[in-house]
Design a protein. Structure first.
Length: 247
């Protein structure tokens, strides 16, 4: 993947954003997203850039219809940038390219704000996702962003993120997907072996700096190199079975 260049963390970019927003009162910045989970996690460097550039925390307003968002509160509230997490009834009709439509005015859904950003995919991304998403709004992304998982124990567990992966790793235990995302991410991070498909949990681990034992790529998976800066660190296993990850 080519070098992305300095402009997304540059002083000029930050000054431009500050100048445009200099007269607005200090208040949380609203960031909306309609899913899916991996797409949302890849947008967090943009939210982090907003927080670091302006100093105001982020109010995440997410689509209630996307199930995993009901399990994300504890993970987001652990991040320094987060002010609040709210789920609302954004009308989402298509999940093939992330949640669409993704452009909604949060004021119409009970979240009063003068500054908000609808983060999502206007088209299928063809380059590094944080860069692609930031570009739509004239923003930057935080190249140093790292998800905080807090403390977790190290165990002898051998885990897979989805039940369909037992074909590849039959000796493993399947995560309890009724648990919240932070609980499962910590469990994966501390396990002796952690096997993931390119689902939302992979992206959580990746942005937390956790390297799974193996990453299994199934048909219909999106281009992994658009979502990670650490592709060279993963042991990739390409699987020729038509299985779609959970999220």
């Amino acid at each position: 993947m080519k070098t992305l260049g300095p402009r997304y963390g540059s002083a000029i970019k930050k000054l431009s954003y500050w100048w445009k927003t200099r007269n607005r009162p200090s208040q949380p910045i609203v960031v909306t997203h309609c899913g899916k989970l991996g797409d949302f996690i890849a947008c967090l460097p943009v939210a982090s850039w907003l927080y670091k550039t302006h100093g105001d925390k982020i109010h995440f307003v997410l689509a209630k219809s996307f199930g995993p968002f009901s399990q994300i509160d504890s993970l987001l509230m652990l991040q320094e940038m987060t002010h609040k997490v709210t789920l609302v009834d954004f009308p989402v009709v298509d999940w093939e390219k992330g949640g669409e439509p993704y452009v909604h005015d949060p004021n119409q859904f009970g979240v009063v704000t003068s500054e908000y950003y609808n983060l999502g995919f206007r088209r299928t991304p063809r380059r590094f996702v944080p860069e692609y998403v930031a570009e739509e709004h004239g923003l930057g992304y935080d190249p140093e962003f790292k998800l905080n998982l807090g403390d977790y124990p190290f165990t002898d567990e051998i885990l897979v993120g989805d039940e369909h992966m037992l074909v590849e790793v039959p000796h493993a235990q399947v995560l309890d997907l009724s648990q919240d995302i932070l609980t499962n991410a910590r469990r994966m991070a501390g396990a002796r072996e952690s096997h993931v498909s390119q689902s939302g949990l992979f992206h959580v681990l990746d942005w937390a700096g956790v390297t799974p034992t193996r990453v299994y790529i199934y048909p219909h998976s999106v281009n992994i190199h658009l979502f990670t800066r650490r592709l060279h660190e993963f042991e990739i296993v390409n699987v020729q079975r038509d299985v779609r990850p959970r999220n």
